[in-house]
Design a protein around this ligand. Structure first.
Ligand code: MG
Ligand code: MG
Length: 265
C-alpha cells in the first residue's frame, strides 16, 4: 500500500525532516579526531528531544526482534550502514556516515550525510562527492510520471561510471507516519521500470556506494554492516516529495554545510 500525502502532511514531514538536518548540523560541530560516536549519539538524542521529537531509530527492531540501542547510526570507514555508536574515538582521516531519524508530531524525518574527520584522502573525498552527486541525480528523477527504476538507474549509472559499486541489500523507501513505507527505492535499476511515481508520494532516496566491491558482511552485533573488502563506503540520504516537474526536497543539508564551512575557516 502506497500512501499519497496531502500538502498539509507534506508540510509536517518537512518540519520533521528539517529537524533531522538541524540535528546532523549540531552533531557536525563536534566531529573531530578524539570524539566518540557514542558522544555524538548523546548530542543528537538531546537535541531531538529538546525540539519535541522522538528519535525513531531508538528501539527500532532488527530482523531478530532486537531493539536498536541508539538514536543515530554512525558507520565509520568500511562500515556501510547501521553502525552502532561506540566508545572508539574517531581518528584523523576517518569518514563517518551519520544517519538520523525523527518523529515530530507523528511524522518521520530521515536523512544521512557522510562526514570527513580532519583531513581525508583525496580518493575517499571523491567517493563522497560522487555519492552526493548521485543522490541529486536520483532526486531529479523523483517526479510525477517517472518510475522507481528511473531513480535507481540514475544513481547507478553515475556511480558505476566513476568505477564505484552500488550496495543492493539496503534501499530507500517510502516515508510518512512510518519510517519505512512502500515502495522500496533501490539505488540500481532499469529506466522506465517499477512503480510509477505520483504527486504526493514521499520517499527517502539513499545511495550507499562503495570504493571497492559491493559485497557486504554483517557484524556480530546484528546491526553494523561493512564491506567485505574493508574498503570505505559513503551514504547520503534525503527525504523528498514527488511533484509535477520537480521533486520537493523535505530534508536539508544546508544547516550541515553551514557548520562545515564555518569549521573550514
Ligand atoms: Mg536514514
Ligand atoms: Mg532511510
Amino acid at each position: 500500500m502506497i500512501y499519497l500525502k496531502t500538502d498539509d502532511e507534506i508540510e509536517l514531514l518537512r518540519q520533521s525532516n528539517l529537524l533531522v538536518g538541524k540535528t546532523l548540523a549540531e552533531v557536525a560541530k563536534y566531529i573531530k579526531p578524539g570524539v566518540t560516536t557514542k558522544q555524538l549519539d548523546i548530542i543528537a538524542e538531546e537535541f531531538i528531544r529538546d525540539h519535541g521529537a522522538i528519535p525513531t531509530f531508538k528501539g527500532f527492531p532488527n530482523p531478530y526482534g532486537e531493539p536498536y540501542p541508539a538514536s543515530l547510526c554512525t558507520s565509520v570507514n568500511e562500515q556501510v550502514v547501521h553502525g552502532v555508536p561506540n566508545d572508539r574515538p574517531l581518528e584523523e582521516g576517518d569518514i563517518v556516515s551519520i544517519d538520523c531519524g525523527t518523529n515530530l508530531n507523528g511524522y518521520c524525518g530521515d536523512s544521512a550525510y557522510t562526514f570527513c574527520v580532519g583531513e581525508v584522502d583525496e580518493a575517499i573525498k571523491a567517493l563522497l562527492r560522487t555519492t552526493k552527486e548521485a543522490l541529486y541525480k536520483g532526486i531529479a528523477q523523483a517526479v510525477h510520471g517517472k518510475r522507481v527504476g528511473d531513480i535507481g538507474a540514475a544513481v547507478e549509472t553515475h556511480c558505476v561510471a566513476q568505477g564505484y559499486d552500488v550496495v543492493r541489500e539496503f534501499v530507500g523507501h517510502g516515508i510518512g507516519r512510518e519510517m519505512h513505507e512502500e515502495p522500496q527505492i533501490p539505488n540500481y535499476g532499469k529506466k522506465g521500470t517499477g512503480v510509477m511515481l505520483k504527486t504526493g508520494m514521499c520517499i527517502a532516496i539513499e545511495p550507499m556506494i562503495t570504493l571497492g566491491k559491493r559485497k557486504l558482511v554483517m557484524h556480530a552485533d546484528k546491526w553494523t554492516v561493512s564491506t567485505a573488502d574493508r574498503l570505505p563506503a559513503a551514504h547520503f540520504e534525503h527525504t523528498v516529495a514527488v511533484r509535477q516537474g520537480k521533486a520537493d526536497i523535505l530534508s536539508s543539508f544546508e544547516f550541515i554545510e553551514a557548520v562545515l564551512a564555518e569549521k573550514a575557516i
